[in-house]
Design a protein around this ligand. Structure first.
Ligand code: PEP
Ligand code: MN
Length: 291
């Protein structure tokens, strides 16, 4: 890592790794982000109907996901695109939780929606377009739920950590940092997956790091290989878009996996997650002088 880039002149001490605070575990029920397992969160980009969400929840739970994703409030580039189902969508997500036991992550776009979203969600998602919405971050400081903070499209890692500091300074230390690809000149993928972001963030911050390979890739064929890469470099969790019929999805269908593709991705990840656990166990033993 560039030695001049180490938060020397920055202001994110609350989220910076230190000897006193090497790693934060963010717990949601019995799910631990930041432990030695890689948690998988999966589901549709947007909540479209009860049937779509319940079918997806059952399928992703069967394949090993622990958290269901789904946007009820959608940030869309066009005002004419589907904007999400709002509170109706939140109720559908809550029903899926009670039927499958999955925890729920969903996006909150505005500080005026924080209360209602926190009523239904287990994890509040701050989208890439909202990373610098400081009034939203301030309000999320006291929402009583963990926050997944997505990296802004053109944000440096230092910018991301500053926004995390904003959440922490306003009273919420339960933060998950999320790399979801950044804007570059490359057009082969929707965004450019900054793979180095994972080890950099894990070196300088004590917060768990999540990778969203779906928005990074923009095409479904690349999602499994980016997910695998994320596991290998130490991501604490994945956020993956899955839809019962991706070609008919109301948003982000091109980057969504169908159930079979998700199941196969999860099977493929097994070998890499076990290898990572073993490597971490060995290095912990080395540090503890037991090997
Ligand atoms: C999403 O998760 O569907 C989403 C809108 O993501 P991002 O904020 O990364 O674009
Ligand atoms: Mn999406």
């Amino acid at each position: 890592m560039n030695s001049r880039w180490n938060g020397q002149f920055s202001c994110y001490d609350l989220v910076a790794k230190s000897v006193r605070r090497p790693q934060t575990i963010v717990s949601v029920g019995d799910i631990a982000f930041g432990s030695d397992i890689c948690v998988v969160m999966a589901g549709p980009c947007a909540v479209e109907s009860e049937r779509q969400v319940l079918r997806t929840a059952e399928a992703v739970a069967r394949s090993g996901a622990r958290v269901l994703r789904g946007g009820a409030y959608k940030p869309r580039s066009s005002p004419y695109s589907f904007q999400g189902m709002g509170v109706e969508g939140l109720k559908i997500l809550a029903k899926a939780r009670s039927e499958t036991g999955l925890a729920i992550i969903t996006e909150v776009m505005s500080e005026t929606d924080v209360e209602v979203v926190a009523e239904y969600a287990d994890i509040m998602q701050v989208g890439t377009r909202s990373m610098e919405n400081y009034s939203l971050l301030e309000r999320l400081g006291t929402c009583g739920r963990p926050v997944l903070l997505k990296r802004g499209m053109t944000a440096s890692l230092e910018d991301l950590l500053r926004s995390a500091q904003c959440l922490a300074a306003n009273g919420n230390p339960e933060i998950l940092l999320c790399e979801r690809g950044i804007r570059t000149f490359e057009t082969a993928t929707r965004n450019t997956f900054d793979i180095a972001a994972v080890p950099v963030l894990k070196t300088v911050s004590h917060l768990p790091v999540v990778v969203d390979p779906s928005h990074a890739a923009g095409v479904r064929s690349l999602v499994p290989v980016l997910a695998r890469a994320a596991v290998v470099v130490g991501a604490d969790a994945l956020l993956v878009e899955v839809h019962p019929d991706p070609d008919k999805a109301m948003s982000d269908g091109e980057q969504s996996l169908d159930f079979e593709q998700f199941e196969s991705m999860m099977r493929d990840l097994d070998a890499y997650t076990s290898l990572r656990c073993e490597m971490e166990r060995q290095s912990a033993a080395l540090v503890g002088g037991r090997v």
